[in-house]
Design a protein around this ligand. Sequence first.
Ligand code: COA
Length: 153
Amino acid sequence: MTFTIRALQEKDQWEWRALWVQYNAFYGRVGETALPEEVVQTTWQRLLSPEEVMFGVVGETQLGKLVGLLHYVFHRNFIQVADTCYVQDVFTLPECRGQGVARGLFSSVERACSAHGVTDLYWHTHSRNAAARALYEQIGTDTNFGVYRRTLT
Ligand SMILES: CC(C)(COP(=O)(O)OP(=O)(O)OC[C@H]1O[C@@H](n2cnc3c(N)ncnc32)[C@H](O)[C@@H]1OP(=O)(O)O)[C@@H](O)C(=O)NCCC(=O)NCCS
């Protein structure tokens, strides 16, 4: 499979949605727990808005089919002047895995960070996500920091 990596564009909405639905299903957000339409719409609009600091990159085959996505956001950092980049979502279609799409998506974000004056990126994954960790061990460093969460009702 030959593919290129590029920034998300307006014309991608429906294919992006299809990838996004599958990614969310991977994390159990499916059926009754699927993201509400308002969230999907808002995320899509933010990804495309020049006023926002949320971005998406996609892998696209020669035939124009989207096969992977990565979302990232720039945010302030209390211990440095420059922003930091958080990579929140990475997904490759199951039938297109193992061909370098996710690696290419990360390389593209690195270039975007450089253009934005950002020199540090971070991301999370589940400790038992072997496929993701196999890639992440190559392109990043395990910080050994756990993530705590508290959901307010
Ligand atoms: C994790 C995921 C994004 C990897 O996407 P991918 O496009 O298949 O990854 P790549 O082809 O770029 O893989 C890059 C490297 O990671 C490693 N890797 C990726 N998948 C692997 C697997 N299933 N088993 C072992 N190693 C794997 C390999 O070392 C590979 O390099 P190589 O092909 O040169 O050996 C994909 O499996 C996926 O979408 N999983 C479901 C969602 C998810 O887990 N997202 C990430 C957590 S947020």
